[in-house]
Write a protein that binds this ligand. Structure first.
Ligand code: SAM
Ligand code: SF4
Length: 329
């Protein structure tokens, strides 16, 4: 088990497959100038599958989410998924993606054993999309979403971040669209993980703001505390259900006490939290000839040191050095 001193057990592993991306979302990446990891620094496909095997066979991990950067840019993605699907302790597998290229790959990923996708889309307006991501790819995302639904990568969840002055008026429209399309929408509060270190608590759109905006058009009924469990999203039934909307209030209502996550960066570092300031090097151990049992022990030790919370709202909060795209969201 991956236990920590606060009694939490990590069963949900996020694996970043690359630090690169074909979008440049302002809250995640700089326009230019980010240093990419060099190829030899990245975990190889074999190393990733081995670490997933260690995590599932020896450490109690049951759920694996592939992320990045943009995981669809990783050439070996379908192969990695297929090999993880063949593991004796097969994890449930999902992908967090910006959806670009999913149109071509959704069916093959489903075939390889992927269970679900989360697709990030912040706006229904192509111009706003371009302002937020610095790229003209809105239509590709919509096509990717439809392909995921058609391939059975369901429930298809859509992640949206609201930014002041950009898309903060769109919450009800996004929900109406998601209900119509059969996607499960989740709003994520913007977190201080932007490369400009420009995040400001005062200006951010909070879960409270989002819910108030949604209630101008929909009736929201809480699913109840139990429904949240270790899941970060608090969920509401929309107009009596069965469709739902989620809000991930990482800043204003952090879920650290129930956190069940452990993370691997694309260069093989264990992070206990998005906001951890320390990392533990599993790639070095793998390449130095460590056995599975030794790797598992290093991972356990890293998780034992997990802090109680991210403390974003604490005055002593320090933003991590790496931006979101490099940590793996
Ligand atoms: N490229 C993929 C994507 O966009 O879905 C996967 C990686 S991305 C870092 C994962 C998620 O993190 C996305 O839903 C994105 O919107 C979210 N994200 C990135 N930076 C964020 C920030 N500063 N605050 C909150 N969410 C953020
Ligand atoms: Fe790329 Fe995802 Fe970051 Fe946007 S949020 S820049 S799509 S990694």
């Amino acid at each position: 088990m991956l236990l920590d001193t606060y009694g939490r057990t990590a069963t949900d592993l996020r694996v970043s497959l690359t630090d690169r991306c074909n979008l440049r979302c302002t809250y995640c990446m700089p326009e230019e100038g980010l240093q990419w990891l060099a190829k030899p620094e990245l975990l190889t496909d074999d190393e990733i599958v081995r670490l997933v095997r260690v995590a599932t066979a020896q450490l109690g991990v049951t759920q694996v989410r592939f992320t990045g950067g943009e995981p669809l840019l990783r050439p070996g993605l379908a192969g990695i998924v297929a090999r993880c699907a063949e593991l004796e302790q097969r994890p449930r597998m999902s992908l967090t993606t910006n959806g670009i290229g999913l149109e071509r790959t959704a069916a093959a990923l489903r075939e390889a054993g992927l269970d679900r996708v989360n697709v990030s889309l912040d706006t229904l307006d192509p111009d706003t999309f371009q302002r937020m991501t610095r790229r003209k790819r809105h239509a590709d995302v919509l096509r990717g979403l439809a392909a995921a639904r058609a391939a059975g990568l369901t429930p298809v969840k859509v992640n949206a971040v609201l930014m002041p002055g950009l898309n903060d008026g769109e919450a009800p429209d996004l929900l109406a669209w998601a209900l119509e399309e059969g996607y499960e929408l989740r709003f994520i509060e913007q977190m201080p993980l932007d490369p400009q270190h420009g995040w400001q608590r005062e200006g951010m759109i909070t879960a409270g703001d989002i819910l108030a905006a949604l209630r101008t058009r929909f009736t929201l009924t809480p699913e109840g505390e139990d429904a949240r469990g270790s899941a970060p999203a608090e969920r509401w039934l929309v107009d009596g259900g069965p469709q739902r909307v989620g809000v991930i209030a990482s800043v204003t209502r952090p879920f650290c006490r129930a956190c069940d996550r452990t993370r691997l960066t694309a260069d093989g570092q264990v992070r206990t939290c998005l906001f951890a300031t320390e990392e533990s090097d599993l790639r070095g151990a793998l390449r130095g000839g460590a056995s599975d049992a030794e790797v598992a022990e290093l991972w356990r030790k890293a998780m034992w040191g997990k802090k109680a919370g991210a403390g974003i709202d604490d005055p002593s909060f320090v933003q991590p050095q790496r931006p979101m795209s490099a940590i793996g969201g």
